[in-house]
Design a protein around this ligand. Structure first.
Ligand code: SF4
Length: 164
């Protein structure tokens, strides 16, 4: 049975920067949980960041690949540089996913770790730009497909193709 990596905040865990969850009500996620498919993970907590924590964005909205390559930093609203924690969290997520044999993930959109379609633009003004978070970029560099939580139709179709 294919396992699916899922952002912990989508599954009700209070691990977001603001100390809250972002619980998904999607029935397919619930069904996959019942089937025992889900492996739940929060890269930022795994990378050593506390909860709650200051919000963070990738400078210049550069995207996760630039963070992994050392070409962009992740900065928090208090001015601290949390790049190392984000990279450590991405590596921990990859190791966790690989140890579980994961080939697909459903991750929280917009996050500088988990985003797969957009990330915030680095100004803390609420604007977004196309791009991926650091964890998503690393997972996809290693062949793990990442889907946003509002693209579960696509994730389900990919799951069917893997199990066909
Ligand atoms: Fe959710 Fe990912 Fe942010 Fe953790 S790093 S709180 S799993 S979006």
């Amino acid at each position: 049975m294919e396992k699916i990596l899922v952002s912990a905040c989508l599954m009700g865990r209070k691990v977001r920067y603001d100390g809250r969850a972002k619980t998904s009500s999607d029935t397919r996620l619930a069904a996959w949980r019942e089937e025992g498919r889900l492996v739940v993970f929060c890269p930022e907590v795994a990378g050593g960041l506390p909860t709650p924590r200051p919000a963070a964005e990738i400078e210049g909205g550069a995207g996760g690949a630039a963070v992994l390559a050392g070409a962009a930093r992740v900065l928090a609203t208090d001015g601290s540089d949390v790049t190392a924690e984000f990279v450590a969290g991405a590596r921990a997520a990859l190791a966790f996913a690989q140890s579980a044999g994961v080939r697909l993930a459903v991750l929280k959109e917009g996050s500088p770790s988990c985003g797969s379609l957009t990330v915030y633009d680095g100004t803390f003004g609420g604007g977004r730009v196309p791009g991926r978070g650091a964890t998503t970029a690393l997972l996809e560099q290693h062949g793990i497909r990442v889907f946003a939580e509002d693209r579960i139709d696509e994730a389900a179709a990919y799951l069917r193709s893997l199990e066909a």
